[in-house]
Design a protein around this ligand. Structure first.
Ligand code: ZN
Length: 459
């Protein structure tokens, strides 16, 4: 086991994944293991321990590698959606495939676990309000199913810096690579607080046979929780046993979270256990227990995930539906700033309250645009020579009577008067209207683009 572990770490380091890191400790890779893992020469998780002080940012003091703000400052209030791309790296002998169905089921499992969906194994957890979907548009604006396959034995064996050839802009996509994962069930090269989010090497790596529901690796690691665990790291979470029993302030020791009990080391299997004077967090996704026994992220882990997204991955997630008021649809295309402009809405769906505010983020800078609305949805790529997608169907109405400007930040805030709508329009209770911003993008040719669409059912 020790030899295998050494080879694993050597492979990781030679791939450059840990070039900025102190070597992982034996604890982080699981010096203790199970017969299942030992027979296969696998370690549970190859994510290195995080060395506080090694981050590359000037982070807010309450969301760092060694500090977590437990207050409501980072409480989720709206769903943030992350777009996922799978890269399946097969061996030249044909092994190592992951079917589309398994990729889709893995997305389902992520949503069940991160949103603690009722009626699923993840229901006991706290709802992080983080959502995942497979990419429908690639970085060049082409349609995709979000699953790419490559046959390359070096890449299949997790070598060759494949991410430099394959990564989809890691600022905007969660890149999940499925291969041999260097002898682990999975790993990330670093936590965002200590690495380089947005670089090509920013990724989740998962053992191909452990991806998806009823995965071929078999019990006890066949229910997709390897990816849930690694995405937890990707969103800033430490192992629950990081730092052992810790001591002192539980927000600045151990896993920097107080509502996950400290434990002396990783816990395998499914039984309850105690250490550090209390019960071990054996049902937490960030321990090493069996897939069927993991069923929760905690409230404070949720807040750490949200602050990580806010400060270290600001362009990764898109808000969905502005606090539940509206529903986003019809993803936008990249514009000249390399971002996808998004439309969000806040306020009340009750027309008589008259307090809607639409906001646009990540549009091209200092450009004009119009907010459009329609009772009908559409999905026309490149309509009228636009770079964007027309998400509305005819007939359309120019909602913003005046031209809106995206300003120096590529943002727009628009609060319409619902008692005085254009063309004598009235929003009736029960009606669902669709909205979208069309805007100029002078760098591109054609010189216009669009946000995604958002639909609102009024009351
Ligand atoms: Zn881990």
């Amino acid at each position: 086991m020790r030899t295998l572990l050494t080879l694993t770490l050597a492979a990781l380091c030679s791939a450059g994944a840990l070039a900025q890191q102190a070597p992982p400790t034996s604890q982080s890779t699981g010096s203790a293991t199970t017969p299942f893992l030992a027979r296969r020469g696998l370690v549970r998780c190859g994510t290195p321990n995080i060395i506080p002080g090694s981050w590359n940012f000037n982070p807010p003091s309450d969301c760092t590698a060694n500090s977590t703000n437990p207050t409501a400052a980072y409480e989720p209030t709206e769903i943030w959606e992350i777009t996922v791309v799978f890269h399946i790296l097969r061996d030249s002998n044909g092994s190592g495939n992951v079917t589309d169905a398994r990729c889709n089921s893995q997305i389902d499992i992520l949503n069940e676990d991160f949103q603690a969906m009722a009626g699923t194994p993840g229901s006991p957890g706290y709802d992080t309000m983080v959502q995942f979907k497979l990419a429908t548009v690639d970085p060049s604006g082409n349609a995709t199913n979000g699953i790419n396959r490559h046959t390359n034995s070096t890449w299949h064996n997790d070598g060759g810096n494949y991410y430099n050839s394959l990564a989809w802009d890691p600022h905007h996509y969660l890149n999940i690579y499925c291969n041999e994962a260097s002898g682990a069930l999975g790993y990330v090269p670093w936590l965002p607080q200590s690495g380089t989010p947005g670089s090509n090497s920013d990724r989740v790596v998962a053992l191909y046979s452990a991806v998806g529901r009823n995965a071929p690796i078999g019990a006890p690691y066949n229910q997709g929780r390897t990816v849930t665990h690694e995405v937890g790291h990707y969103l800033g979470l430490h192992h629950t046993f990081n730092g052992g029993c810790g001591g002192g302030n539980c927000y600045t020791s151990g896993d920097r979270i107080c509502d996950t009990n400290p434990e002396s080391g990783p816990h395998f299997g499914c039984g309850n256990s105690t250490s550090c004077g209390g019960s071990d967090p054996v049902s937490n996704y960030m321990d090493y227990t069996d897939d069927q026994c993991m069923n929760e992220f905690t409230h404070e882990q949720t807040r750490r995930i949200r602050c990580t997204l806010q400060y270290y991955r600001p362009n990764l997630a898109q808000p969905v539906g502005g606090g539940g008021l509206g529903t986003s649809y019809c993803q936008s295309n990249l514009n000249s700033t390399g971002l996808r402009a998004t439309l969000d809405v806040a306020g009340s769906p009750t027309v008589s309250d008259n307090d809607l505010t639409f906001t646009v983020n990540d549009a091209a800078l200092n450009q004009f645009g119009y907010l459009l609305m329609s009772l009908n949805q559409g999905n026309i790529n490149g309509f009228g020579g636009s770079m964007g997608v027309l998400c509305l169907g005819a007939p359309m109405i120019r909602f913003s009577g005046n031209v809106l400007n995206t300003g120096n930040n590529g943002t727009v805030a628009f609060s319409p008067d619902l008692t005085n709508l254009p063309q004598n329009t009235v929003f009736l209770p029960g009606d669902t209207w669709n909205f979208q911003l069309w805007y100029r993008d002078h760098v591109l040719n054609p010189t216009s683009n669009t946000t995604d669409g958002i639909s609102i059912t009024f009351q």
